[in-house]
Design a protein. Structure first.
Length: 438
């Protein structure tokens, strides 16, 4: 019988974390404060870096990595040493917005091959309701030769990591847990409860926990989509959306969301897992997909308005020079996965614009590999620019850049496209900028 005490420091029980990315690594480090942890990843370079105390995602400080006792490994055989195995691999979508289950199914095959009798396999990856029991369990049974609920159990505890957020760390976010039996649910509540200070919510079953996770980001996606659609409408009316929202927010029950680019591996992806499952059972979702269409259009919308401002300033669009500040999918992180800034870039290229991108957080190697784009190292190297698009609210752009700095790198009639509304519109216009924001 599983007992939390058996996994604590100095005991023989071990917990294996499968996948050491934005979700898995912080979880492994947190678990390491109480338990014996094996950290497994298929990328040997990632393991090498972690052993040296370097986290390329910048989610975990070097001191914590160097002081932890996690057994970092790319050897799958070590999984057999663990009785509790937590899967935290990515669950992306493909180019057609169909769930790409290859990472999670591949990880499940590996776990099934090396798990032992009495194991508990817990999934934290975002999935559609039913995937754990309908897709993963049969693979675990096949690869291990073991029988579900007789020889092993499964559970689900959705990750709630917010990359780059040093305030809402995983220990401070309430944890939802569900097992395939009431006993497993109770065990998971106690296991996570040792390290999660925010508390535990026990869901009645795995499907409920899976559904709860997938709608968290679906709800946020739809709220942002509403703001984006309002921004499109107000733009046509010549009304400043930010000023409208500031006025509306004075009502006590107004929900404050802002327009913006919705990318990344959560908000821009999770809704497709739910709509995929809905369509598989014969229901065609309307509202969710409408929100996705609006949010996926916003990069093109920003590019189109940049071109309009170039024309308004009397500048030829073809061969004009535009600098984009920021490429990552959100501020102050290095993650470029599913960034919608790339939509601005590709749309401007269609108009014959010369586009340059600067991002102090993104890895030039990863950008080159993923998008075949060379980041510039210095914003001054291709000046003067006809327009600057501040696409991501990185800290340096707020703290180190002002209107004086922008004028130094721009041509006459400077155009400032402020996607996130960082700067004061009235001050920008007073300084002589042609200014636009969502």
């Amino acid at each position: 019988m599983l007992n939390v005490e058996n996994f604590k420091k100095g005991k023989e029980g071990k917990i294996a974390i499968i996948g050491l990315g934005y979700v898995g690594l912080p979880l492994a480090v947190l678990m390491d404060t109480k338990y014996n942890v094996i950290g497994y990843d298929i990328n040997p370079q990632r393991i090498k870096e972690l052993k040296e105390g370097y986290d390329r995602t910048k989610e975990v400080e070097p001191e914590k990595l160097k002081n932890c006792s996690i057994d970092f490994t790319d050897n799958p055989e070590k999984i057999s040493q663990a009785q509790v195995i937590i899967v935290t691999v990515p669950t992306p979508v493909d180019q057609h917005n169909i769930p790409d289950l290859r990472p999670i199914l591949s990880a499940t095959k590996t776990v099934g091959k090396y798990m032992k009798k009495g194991s508990l396999v817990v999934y934290e990856s975002t999935v559609y309701p039913g995937l754990t029991e309908e897709e993963c369990v049969p693979i675990l049974e096949k690869e291990s030769g073991l029988k579900w609920k007789e020889d092993f159990n499964v559970g689900y505890s959705p990750e709630r990591v917010n990359p780059g957020d040093k305030q809402h760390t995983i220990d401070k976010i309430k944890k939802v847990v569900a097992g395939d039996t009431p006993e497993i649910t109770e065990f998971l509540a106690n296991l996570y409860g040792e390290v999660i200070t925010a508390g535990i919510h026990k869901a009645p079953n795995i499907k409920t926990a899976e559904a709860a996770k997938v709608i968290e980001n679906t709800q946020r996606d739809l709220n942002i989509a509403l703001m984006n659609e309002l921004s499109i409408i107000f733009n046509k009316m010549g009304i400043d959306t930010k000023e409208v929202l500031e006025a509306a927010a004075t009502k006590w029950n107004f929900l404050r969301f802002e327009p913006g680019l919705v990318g990344g591996h959560c908000i821009g992806v999770d809704p497709y897992y739910l709509t995929f499952k809905a369509q598989a059972i014969g229901y065609h979702p309307e509202v969710i997909l409408a929100g996705r269409r609006i949010n996926d259009y916003m990069g093109k919308f920003v590019a189109e308005n940049t071109v309009k401002k170039l024309i308004k300033a009397g500048k030829p669009v073809k061969d004009s020079k535009v600098l984009i500040l920021g490429l990552t999918f959100k501020e102050n992180i290095s993650d470029i996965r599913n960034t919608k800034v790339i939509d601005i870039y590709t749309e401007l290229l269609e108009y014959g614009v010369k586009v340059y991108i600067y991002d102090p957080f993104a890895s030039p190697e990863e950008v080159r590999k993923e998008y075949s784009i060379e980041l510039i190292k210095d914003i001054k190297e291709n000046k003067p620019y006809d327009a600057v698009i501040v696409a991501v609210k990185h800290r340096p752009f707020i703290e180190e850049m002002d209107f004086k700095h922008y004028k130094e790198i721009m041509s006459d009639h400077p155009i400032l496209i402020d996607v996130k509304g960082i700067y004061d519109r009235h001050k920008a216009e007073k300084e002589g900028f042609i200014y636009w924001r969502l």
